[in-house]
Design a binder for this molecule. Structure first.
Ligand SMILES: C[S@@+](CC[C@H](N)C(=O)[O-])C[C@H]1O[C@@H](n2cnc3c(N)ncnc32)[C@H](O)[C@@H]1O
Length: 282
């Protein structure tokens, strides 16, 4: 079965980004290109779109889907946005969109090791050329470092117990697969609720492996440097840690966050937690 990624809050995001004919836009997280496809319908023949992603597979999908002379695709982290754009002689843009996290295509590809219900190796790297993987974090970090990551990046109340259980287990044999780790967490919880008990642990590991919060802060800093006056910044985030960073960043110019309309939640359950914030450069 082909897995598709439905872009979150697409109508709302495009409305606040307000792409204009002839404008230059950055999709800082192009993924499979859902939002970009919409941007391209509005920027006319003279417009330009730069799509960034650190996942080569996402870029290949975007390339196939968009294949358009107005599109420039660049592999890299959005924290390096200024440098990536400079290579193409672009120093200022009319709008920047961030749709944070990972796509359904990444999530559902069990080989990528993001899902806690698979017997594949833990991985969670967005950029598969990067050295650090979730296996390294789980097997090499000290108990204290693991505890901190689970607490800060997972807001996991059992962070101490889970990190100790991980360390006890890995003394016997390295923890290799996603299901091995989720079983450790399940045993610490001792029961299953509506949400899988390993959800927070997996969120924390993913944030650590991909340095997601650092990236976000640096990406936002970079974007104000290249936004033209009147240019729009639009950020879709999926959990409170991301939203807090975005909220503080655009505190002064931020409009109220928009949450998904009820229609979208029905058609795209994964966008339930999506929050959109936008700001205009003045
Ligand atoms: C939610 S998906 C984007 C989906 C896309 N907007 C769509 O609707 O088709 C997020 C994408 O951003 C990429 N990504 C996340 N953090 C990144 C970063 N710091 N630098 C570059 N790409 C990043 C991920 O690899 C993923 O492909």
């Amino acid at each position: 079965m082909e897995i598709i990624h439905l872009p979150a809050l697409v109508k709302e995001a495009i409305k606040v980004l307000n792409p204009i004919p002839g404008g230059t836009y950055v999709d800082a997280t192009i993924g499979p290109g859902g939002h970009s496809e919409e941007i391209l319908t509005l920027i006319g023949t003279g417009g330009k779109l730069i799509g960034i992603d650190r996942d080569n597979e996402a870029l290949r999908t975007a390339q196939e889907r968009l294949s358009d002379k107005r599109v420039i695709l660049r592999k890299g982290s959005f924290s390096d946005m200024e440098k990536l754009l400079k290579k193409d002689g672009i120093t200022e843009v009319d709008g920047i969109l961030f749709d944070l996290g990972i796509s359904m295509i990444q999530m559902k590809n069990i080989e990528r090791g993001f899902s806690f219900i698979s017997d594949k190796r833990m991985d969670m790297r967005m950029d598969r050329e990067q050295a650090l993987s979730a296996r390294d974090v789980v097997n090499k970090y000290s108990a204290n470092e693991l505890e901190r990551i689970l607490r800060e990046f997972g807001e996991e109340r059992l962070s101490r117990k889970i990190s100790e259980a991980i360390v006890r287990k890995r003394r016997i044999k390295p923890i290799d697969t996603c299901s091995e780790l989720s079983e450790i967490v399940e045993r610490v919880y001792g029961r299953r609720g509506r949400v899988h008990p390993a959800t927070k642990t997996f969120q924390a590991l993913r944030i650590e492996v991909n340095k997601e919060l650092d990236e976000l802060q640096k990406g936002l800093d970079a974007s104000v440097k290249i936004l033209k006056r009147g240019g729009r910044l639009c950020v879709i985030s999926y959990h409170s840690l991301e939203d807090r960073i975005v909220k503080h960043f655009i505190a002064r110019s931020s409009k109220e966050p928009l949450t998904p309309g009820s229609e979208e939640i029905r058609s795209n359950p994964s966008s339930r937690s999506a929050k959109l914030r936008a700001a205009e450069r003045i």
